[in-house]
Design a protein. Structure first.
Length: 435
């Protein structure tokens, strides 16, 4: 991913230096296990650990690979240059390249997941803070982009909190699912290496042994992981779209923080555009790009092919780096989001009580009017608001077919905003718990 949308901690996970360090640790731990089993001399295993403080020369490994056309062999050759050919002759004993590559990828994905989980904690904390801050800030709910009934800004934030909390739970499960390693040799039969080696390596690398691998770890695990990232990205976009709508000039119920010296347009000095949330919409698309290729990686030929390899070299870093950046940007947007309660109230009253239509409809049916007739009476008066700018309450009070069923005080009561917010505390308890 390009530096513009990258954060150093996540980028470091995918750097060649980190990759080769993980490769080295896998090989060294495998040597320890082999020595414990008496398969190789203990002194050879100890000799491998002498390279623990070595900084592997990426350019040198690339130079060797240009000849060998094999990345793992290039690394092992370079390792032998540090350890010594005689001391390193038992490195990679009974192993195959995928033992190193797949186990390393899963270590990287687990580490990436840990960063993403922390990112989501920041987003969740921001959403919770803003939800309680605006628990009773009334705004109009919309369906199909059209005014529906009153809600609160706090409920909007709470809804997003609940969605992102589900995403975090999914990511925890995806992390658990991908946290496996395989040191099972060619085609996964352990013919040339004891399963105890796999147990030891996985324990030392913070993984579980893959119950059954072929020459690769099954890619349904990775498909699950990247699909989860895609769902989280979609939830992120869901929040971004709502903020973009609220920042529209004719709505202006909230807007991204506009910092001193910030410029909104090269041509129009008055502009304050929702550039951060528009950016989040785009970044969500990039994360979701990884989902279908990850699904397609599940079907490999027989015990192994490498059709998945080129895909994962791209989507592993790109999806995790992008989502890491995006979640932190989202958290910042929410933390600094400027809310305009007065504009929310003004927008809700723009059509002069029209949004209370359902209460009147229900009251008429409870008063003995058939639902069909009640709907006709309410809609007849509602259309005068839409088409003529009339006041809905006044039209109802002047309609004899309505007033024969409902008294003036009963009609007036139907315009009480408190009716729509009376269960906000109940919903908050469901989302956030009793605290």
């Amino acid at each position: 991913m390009i530096p513009r949308y990258s954060r150093p901690e996540m980028v470091a996970i995918w750097s060649p230096d980190t990759k080769f360090r993980i490769w080295y640790e896998i090989e060294a731990h495998a040597c320890d296990a082999q020595a414990d089993l008496g398969v190789i001399p203990r002194e050879n295993a100890e000799a491998v650990w002498k390279a623990k403080e070595v900084t592997f020369d990426v350019a040198r490994i690339d130079e060797i690979e240009a000849v060998t056309k094999h990345d793992v062999i290039a690394f092992l050759t370079h390792l032998a240059e540090h350890v010594g050919s005689e001391q390193a002759r038992f490195v990679h004993q009974g192993m195959t390249s995928s033992d190193v590559l797949d186990t390393t990828l899963n270590v990287q994905l687990v580490r990436a997941a840990d960063i993403l989980l922390a990112d989501m904690d920041r987003v969740l904390a921001a959403l919770k803070t803003r939800a309680f801050e605006h628990k009773d800030t009334v705004r109009i709910g919309r369906s199909h982009g059209i005014h529906a009934e009153p809600t609160t800004m706090g409920l909007t934030f709470a809804r997003f909190y609940a969605e992102m909390a589900r995403g975090r739970e999914r990511l925890e499960r995806a992390r658990e699912e991908v946290a496996t390693g395989a040191i099972s040799g060619a085609v996964g039969t352990f013919a040339n290496i004891d399963p105890a080696v796999e147990d030891h390596v996985c324990k030392m690398m913070g993984l579980r042994p893959e119950p059954i691998s072929t020459q690769v770890i099954p890619r349904d695990r990775h498909a699950m992981f990247f699909a989860t990232l895609g769902v989280i990205a979609s939830s992120m976009e869901n929040i971004a779209i709502e903020i973009r709508h609220m920042q529209r000039t004719e709505v202006l119920e909230a807007e991204e923080y506009f910092s001193p010296g910030q410029k909104g347009s090269s041509a129009m000095p008055h502009k304050r555009n929702p550039v951060l949330t528009e950016n989040l919409t785009g970044l969500a698309r990039l994360v979701r790009m990884a989902v279908v290729p990850a699904m397609e990686n599940v079907a490999l030929w027989h015990e192994r092919d490498i059709s998945h390899s080129s895909v994962e070299r791209a989507i592993g870093p790109d999806a995790t780096i992008t989502l890491d950046f995006a979640l932190n940007r989202l958290a910042g947007v929410i933390e600094k989001l400027v809310i305009y309660p007065d504009n929310m109230l003004a927008n809700m009253n723009k059509f002069r009580g029209l949004v209370m239509s359902q209460r009147v409809l229900l009251a008429l049916t409870q008063a003995g009017v058939s639902r069909e007739d009640a709907y006709r009476l309410v809609q007849r008066n509602a259309m005068k608001v839409w088409e003529q700018g009339a006041d809905f309450r006044e039209e109802l009070l002047a309609d004899p077919e309505v007033t024969v069923a409902l008294s003036s005080s009963e009609i007036e009561e139907k315009f009480d905003l408190g009716y729509h917010t009376k269960h906000v505390d109940t919903i908050f308890r469901r989302v956030f718990g009793e605290a």
